[in-house]
Design a protein around this ligand. Sequence first.
Ligand SMILES: Cc1cc2nc3c(=O)[nH]c(=O)nc-3n(C[C@H](O)[C@H](O)[C@H](O)COP(=O)(O)OP(=O)(O)OC[C@H]3O[C@@H](n4cnc5c(N)ncnc54)[C@H](O)[C@@H]3O)c2cc1C
Ligand SMILES: Cc1cc2nc3c(=O)[nH]c(=O)nc-3n(C[C@H](O)[C@H](O)[C@H](O)COP(=O)(O)O)c2cc1C
Length: 579
Amino acid sequence: MIINEAQQKLLETTKKNATNEQFIWLSGYFYGLANGNTGPVQTDIATKELPNVTILYASQTGNAAAVAQKLHDQLANNSVPVTLTNMLDYRPKNLKKETHLIIVASTYGDGEAPDEALSFYKTIMGDKAPNLCHLSYSIFSLGDSTYDLFCQTGIEFDERFETLGANRLLERVDADIDYDETATQWINAITSVISDSESPSETNKTTGNAAIQNWSENQPFSGEVLNIIDLTDDLSDKNVWHLEIGIDESGIHYLPGDIIALLPENDTELVHQLIETTKLSADESVLIKDEKYSLKDALVTKLDITSLNRKLVESYAELTTLTPIDLAEIDIEQLIESGDLLDLIQAKPSPLSAQGLVDLLRPLRSRQYSIASSQSMVDDEVHVTVKQVAYKSLKRERKGVCSNWLAKLTEGDSVPLYIKTNNSFKLPTDNTAKIIMVGAGTGIAPFRSFLQERDDKGLMGNTWLFFGEQHFKSDFLYQTEWQKHVKTGVLEKISLAFSRDQEEKIYVQNRIVEQAETLFEWLENGASIYVCGDRNHMAKDVHNAFIEVITEQGQKSTEEAEEYLQELVTKRRYQRDIY
Ligand SMILES: Cc1cc2nc3c(=O)[nH]c(=O)nc-3n(C[C@H](O)[C@H](O)[C@H](O)COP(=O)(O)OP(=O)(O)OC[C@H]3O[C@@H](n4cnc5c(N)ncnc54)[C@H](O)[C@@H]3O)c2cc1C
Ligand SMILES: Cc1cc2nc3c(=O)[nH]c(=O)nc-3n(C[C@H](O)[C@H](O)[C@H](O)COP(=O)(O)O)c2cc1C
C-alpha cells in the first residue's frame, strides 16, 4: 500500500469537500513537493488572473434579465469577478474602466431598444461616444424572427461597438423566441472563453422547492378557470372580459406589475382546414423533439400555424421544390404581413409529408398578459383582463390564437401558465410617493393590481388614474371598482376619456394636457408615471402629452422636457408596460 489508513481517510475527506479547482491546485502542490519545492506551488489555475466582467442587460419583460442573471451566476461559480447591472443604472462614462463587457438585450416596438436601454443607447450612438479600443465585448440579442427588424437592438450595439474600436470576444448571437437552448450554449461559450472552464452552471440544476416554483414555458403550471366576467356589453365594438385563474399549490408568488404567460391551443377548425388542404391524415404520427404526437395534436397544441415569416416561406419552397417562378407568382410581402400558413399552402399547394410540415413550424408560444390582481388581496388566484382579437385580412376572418382560445374556456377548465417577473413596472418602494397611472383599454389591468395592493395595505390617496376607452356605457372596464376606490380614498383622482361619446375624439393624452398644472405639481413632488396599453399610438401620444405638460408648466424647451422624462426613466419614475 502506497499510503496508510490515516492518509487514506484524510484524502477521502478532502475528496468530499474540495472543489474541482482545489483538486487541480492540490495536484500542482503535491507535484511541486515531489520535485523539491517546500512551499505551495501555484498551478496555472491558481495564478491565472480572471478578468473583471461587467454584464449589462436591457429587458422589457424579463427574458434578457433572466439570461443575464444565468450568465452572471455561471461566471461567478467559475470564480470570475463579475458584476450584473441593469443598463438603466449604468453610466457610460464607466466604459473607460471596463475590459470585458457583455450585453444582453431584447428588441421592442419596430426594432426599437427596450426602455431600459434608451439612455445608454443614445450615448453610445451619439457623437460623444467613447473610444473602446481597450474593450472586449460580446452581445446576446433577444428577439422574434416574425418581426422585420429581428434582434435590431443587439445588431446596432454590435456594429457600434465595432466602430468604436472594441474587440469581439465571441460573435453576436441573435436568439429567437425559443431562446433557452441558444442561451445555454452561449453562456457556456462565454464561460469557456473567459475562464477556460466548460463546467456546467450550478444554476442550471433545478432542485426540490425551486423547481416547483420555477414554472416555465416548457414546464407550465396548470391553473384552473374559476370565474369569467364580461367587462364590455353587447353594444361595444369590443369583447373584453375578466378571467380569474386558481393557482392553488403552485407555489407561485407575484407582485403588482408582473406578467402572466398563458400557453394557448390553436383553433381546431383552422387545424382541420390545414390538414384538409395538405391532404394529410390527422392521425399520422409525427415527432417533435423525440416525442410522438398525432399530426392533429401537434398542430393544435405544439406548433405555431398562424405567423408567417420569410424563413418559413423559403423553407416551404425548398421542401416542396417550388421554383423561383412559382414564388414570383405570389406577393410574399403581403402574405407575410397579413396571411398565415394556410394562405401559403393554398397559394402554392404542393405535396409534403406530415413530418416535413411539422419540421417547418416554430413552437406555439405563450402570450403575455398584465396581471390584474394583487396577490395580497386574492391569495391563490391570478386575474387577467383579456380583449378578443378578431379581424379580417386577405378576405378571411382571422382569430387571435390565445384570446380566442381563452374566449372558449369555461369554469373548471385548465390553463397552462407561468409568471414573468417584470421589474420594469413596479410600484415605488416609498408607499407615500405619488403615482400617476395611464391606461387605455386592457392597459387598465395592472392598475387594478396596483390599487388592490394599496387598498390591502390601507394606503389612501396619492393615486391618479387616467383611463380611456370608446364609450362610457359599454366599455368602462371595472367601473364599479374604481368608483369604490374613489369613495374609500384609495384612488385620489380619476380622469376619464371616452373617445366616441361626443363629436370630437377625446383620448387620455387630451386629459393629460388639460390637467397640466396639477400633473406638473405632482411630478415636481416626486410622482411616478406608469403607462400601460397600446404601444403604437397611445404610448407615443401620452409621451408627447407629458412633454407638452413639462414644456408648458416647467417653461422648458422640448429637448429639456425630453431630458426631464429621461431623468424620470433613470429614477424608475417613468415606467411603461406597452404592447
Ligand atoms: C407585456 C404585455 C402585456 C399584455 N397585456 C395584455 C392584457 O392585459 N390584455 C390583453 O388582452 N392583451 C395583453 N397583451 C397582448 C397579448 O399578449 C396578446 O398579444 C393578445 O391577446 C393577442 O394574442 P392572440 O394570441 O389572441 O393573437 P395572435 O394570434 O398573437 O395575433 C395577434 C396578431 O394578429 C395581427 N392583428 C391583430 N389585429 C389585427 C388587425 N385588426 N388587422 C390586422 N392584423 C391584426 C397582428 O399581427 C397581431 O400581432 C399584452 C402583451 C404584452 C407584451
Ligand atoms: C410589442 C413587442 C414588440 C416587439 N418587437 C420586436 C422587434 O421589432 N424585433 C424583434 O426581434 N423582436 C421583437 N419583439 C420580441 C422580443 O424582443 C422578445 O419577445 C424578447 O424575448 C423579449 O425579451 P425581454 O423580456 O427581455 O424584453 C417584440 C415583442 C413585443 C411584445
